[in-house]
Write a protein that binds this ligand. Structure first.
Ligand SMILES: O=P(O)(O)OC[C@H]1O[C@H](O)[C@H](O)[C@@H](O)[C@@H]1O
Length: 431
């Protein structure tokens, strides 16, 4: 990926960062890079995620999915980091397999999804690092029952990806299911380039080697200066802008296929950096669609936002048919791709003209190689930002708190966190 931070400079935008401040920040980037490299060399928790391009074995993943390789549909049961990486990859790339991600536990939605699938031709991919996440385990039990009710042997059609030990690992062994490991030291939201993100990609027939190759190329660009490393340029700029008042980061891909990527980014940024009263709030948007809604706020609202564009340089195109309506004649000389590109350039310019900071991330195109680079690059950006904020980017105590409270409420153990629910302050206004 390439990154252009020109529109985040103080000479263009407010808030913005001056060249001088960027150069001073670069010294801290150099120190952070050394810390990151030490963490990678020692396979420390979290930093180890940046070694996935070398560690992940595509052959092992393909062997595990082989028994269900011809499935017409795949249900991935997982949530958060155990779903969004896989969803990002398969949504970005063209594939023939129908993909369903059961992350939410909304009963009507789960039921309708299950009813819509040909279960005898459907594979199940259960993903949970801990093997204990209530939503994932509950949905898996529901899916299993649906297969049994339909007279389909779910044990023939299920692949499990989980940590070394835990209830899901035990279940896989009991039923002799193909089992892949969530690699040690890799938090869920940094695991897209491991079996966690790649089982679904393998079933869809995508090129796993190219995904890893693109990530590897990005890893080779990590260096001690933000001026030489796109990933660090992005992480450092976002951090600097946040410190200058841009507490919101609106991620706007200009490709429908990257809409899920914005969701993945939101988890990465929020869960990794939201610590100690610090962190930048990610907002998900989509170009061109959200130009016609959110752009008003981004250009004319409070100066508390960084807008991040992600755009491919090349894409399949389609001509706009000519029309006899005179006012619309100009459209007939263009393609949908040219229209999209013009809208992107115009939006970027409109923000810069209003002095609103924005960053452009460019991909050659949306394919396995470029996607691998994008996912890796944004993870490295996030790890760098974690160093600059001096927060632990690899834990999520606030999320764990709510998980414990939920289990306590459901009678899944004694958790003091559950008491807070009963202590809620109420001020009801009723009709
Ligand atoms: O993979 P699991 O252990 O099931 O966890 C799934 C998700 O659970 C929590 O919500 C964590 O905050 C996420 O980071 C994690 O990805």
């Amino acid at each position: 990926m390439d990154v252009d931070i020109g529109n985040a400079l103080a000479s263009v935008a407010s808030p913005g960062i001056s060249r001088g401040a960027l150069e001073r920040l670069d010294e801290r980037v150099g120190q952070a890079h050394e810390r990151i490299e030490t963490g990678r060399a020692n396979h420390e928790h979290g930093y180890a995620a940046l070694n996935l391009p070398e560690r992940t074995d595509p052959g092992e993943i393909r062997r595990a999915v082989d028994p269900v390789g011809d499935a017409e549909a795949l249900i991935t049961v997982g949530i958060g980091g155990s779903a969004l990486g896989a969803a990002t990859i398969v949504d970005a790339l063209e594939g023939d397999t129908e993909m369903v991600f059961l992350d939410n536990v909304d009963p009507e939605w789960v039921t309708s999804r299950l009813e819509s699938l040909p279960l005898a031709e459907t594979a199940i991919n259960v993903v949970s690092k801990s093997g204990t996440t209530a939503e994932t385990l509950a949905n898996f039990l529901v899916v299993r029952e649906a297969f049994e009710d339909a007279g389909v042997d779910w044990t023939e059609r299920t692949i499990v990806t989980t940590g070394e030990a835990g209830p899901l690992s035990d279940l896989a062994e009991r039923h002799n299911l193909p089992k892949l490991r969530v690699p040690d030291g890799v938090p869920g939201r940094f695991s897209a380039l491991s079996p966690v993100g790649m089982v679904a990609a393998a079933i869809a027939g995508h090129d796993l080697e190219a995904l890893l190759e693109g990530a590897r190329a990005e890893s080779e660009s990590l260096s001690g200066s933000l001026f030489e490393c796109p990933a660090y340029a992005y992480g450092a700029t976002a951090y600097a802008l946040d410190g200058r008042g841009a507490g919101i980061n609106a991620m706007i891909p200009y490709a429908e296929s990257l809409e899920t990527y914005a969701e993945w980014f939101a988890q990465l940024w929020a869960e990794s950096l939201g610590k100690d009263d610090l962190g930048q709030t990610p907002v998900r948007a989509l170009g061109v669609t959200d130009q016609h809604s959110q752009l008003q706020l981004y250009r004319a609202g409070p100066r508390d936002k960084l807008v991040t564009f992600v755009a491919p340089r090349e894409r399949a195109d389609r001509e706009i048919p000519a029309t006899e309506v005179e006012e619309l004649a100009y459209l007939g000389d263009s393609t949908l791709g040219e229209l999209l590109e013009a809208e992107f350039e115009a939006t970027e310019a409109s923000l810069a003209a209003a002095g609103r900071p924005n960053v452009r991330i460019e991909l050659e195109t949306v394919d396995e190689y470029e996607l691998g680079g994008l996912l890796y690059g944004m993870e490295a950006s996030c790890v760098l930002a974690g160093e600059l904020y001096s927060v632990n980017a690899f834990n999520q105590p606030a999320v764990e708190w709510a998980k414990k409270a939920t289990r306590g409420l459901l009678g899944g153990g004694e958790f003091a966190e559950a008491d807070a629910v009963a202590e809620k302050t109420t001020l009801r206004v009723e009709r």
